[in-house]
Ligand binder design. Structure first.
Ligand code: PMP
Length: 352
């Protein structure tokens, strides 16, 4: 090893789901939305003046922040926007998780949390979910340097009710509690209203799932003004010009098109409920999902084998060869047609 290598910041990076280049693939592996974004997003793109790209973007993303403030009934100063919620959460880790005590999160959860903790050298401790993949709030009533969990959780899809969330926030006045609501729009109840009551709560959401805009990279956090100011101070100490002008405008239009948002999220919820019935008929079991995916396992056939067989048939789902979850498949809810193709393939695989 060369001498300089001793000083390199070495990390094991996050592994994103595959983005295959082939055509004709049914892609149910990264929780993307099967529908296009709102037609109002298309309209912005069609009329966008490319000369604007000559200029630096608005560092405050004012059009987008104003749209979000109106939608969630908070002040613009209570909103932080970033390039996807990954960017937002990463900034939140850097801003708020700054003590020698461990940050706490569930053992089965979004696999980026431990990566951010490692890259920023933040100590962390995982708390085991119970056998039904549920959080026990008592696990979070100990000394800690911060708390983060998704609600609904990923990759399980399990939604925890707000009483449980509030119990955790209330027990931790000396820590910031981040609730990652990437999947909240598929039937859960957001804890955004709790920010009025608790100054240690930060709620993070994304445009990648319910607003069909994963490629635009828009995420945001809502909290009290003081928290948002601290996050912006860190962000503006690293890179002021994060979100491009087209994303800012498209994001705002997507927020204003509530009708399209309600229709597409309801369609996904309906397909999810249909998928639950079909998967049960095929012999799968899963925790009840309130997200746009189902975390399923089969009593007789190994999840890794099903994953490979599906891939051969050009159907991509997500599989992790990790303790506790190595016999589960995370299946994103696609269109009804895509799901029917999946069920046909699963029937064939399970009959073999
Ligand atoms: N949080 C959770 C729980 C997720 O599953 C994802 C998607 N991988 C994200 C955050 C990040 O999504 P994005 O950066 O696209 O907003």
């Amino acid at each position: 090893m060369s001498n300089w290598e001793n000083n390199v910041r070495k990390v094991v990076p996050y592994t994103p789901g595959e983005q295959p280049k082939d055509t004709g693939i049914i892609k149910l592996n990264t929780n993307e939305n099967p529908y296009p974004p709102s037609p109002r997003v298309r309209a912005v793109m069609d009329s966008f003046d490319d000369a604007k790209m000559r200029l630096y973007p608005d560092t405050n993303s004012t059009v987008l922040v104003d749209a979000l403030a109106e939608k969630y009934n908070v002040k613009p100063s209570q909103i932080f926007v970033g390039v996807g919620s990954d960017d937002v959460i990463s900034m939140a880790f850097l801003t708020f998780f700054n003590s020698d005590k461990p940050v706490l999160f569930p053992d089965v959860t979004y696999s980026f949390y431990d990566v951010w903790a490692d890259v920023y050298r933040i100590p962390y401790e995982t708390k085991a979910l119970d056998d039904d993949f549920r959080i026990n709030p008592d696990d979070y009533k100990c000394e800690n340097g911060g708390i983060i969990f998704p609600n609904p959780n990923a990759p399980t899809g399990v939604f925890e009710n707000l009483c449980k969330i509030e119990e955790i926030i209330e027990a931790n006045p000396a820590s910031i509690v981040i609730v990652d609501e990437a999947y909240i729009d598929f039937g859960g109840t957001s804890c955004i209203p709790l920010i009025e009551k608790y100054d240690n709560l930060l709620v993070v959401q994304t445009f990648s799932k319910s607003r069909s805009m994963a490629g635009m990279r828009i995420g945001f956090a809502i909290g009290n003004e003081k928290l948002i100011k601290f996050m912006n101070d860190v962000k503006f100490s690293i890179n002021s010009y994060t979100m491009n002008p087209l994303s800012q405008l498209c994001g705002a239009e997507a927020v204003y098109d509530d009708e399209y948002f309600v229709k597409t999220t309801n369609d996904i919820i309906e397909t999810r409920e249909y998928a639950k019935k079909k998967l049960t008929e095929l012999g799968f079991t899963f925790p009840d999902s309130m997200s746009n995916f189902i975390f399923a396992s089969h009593a007789e056939v190994d999840a890794g084998a099903i994953f490979e067989e599906l891939k051969k048939r050009k159907i991509f789902v997500r599989y992790w060869n990790k303790p506790r979850i190595n016999n589960h498949l995370r299946i994103t809810i696609g269109t009804k047609e895509e799901m029917n193709r999946l069920f046909e393939a699963l029937t064939e695989i399970l009959e073999k």
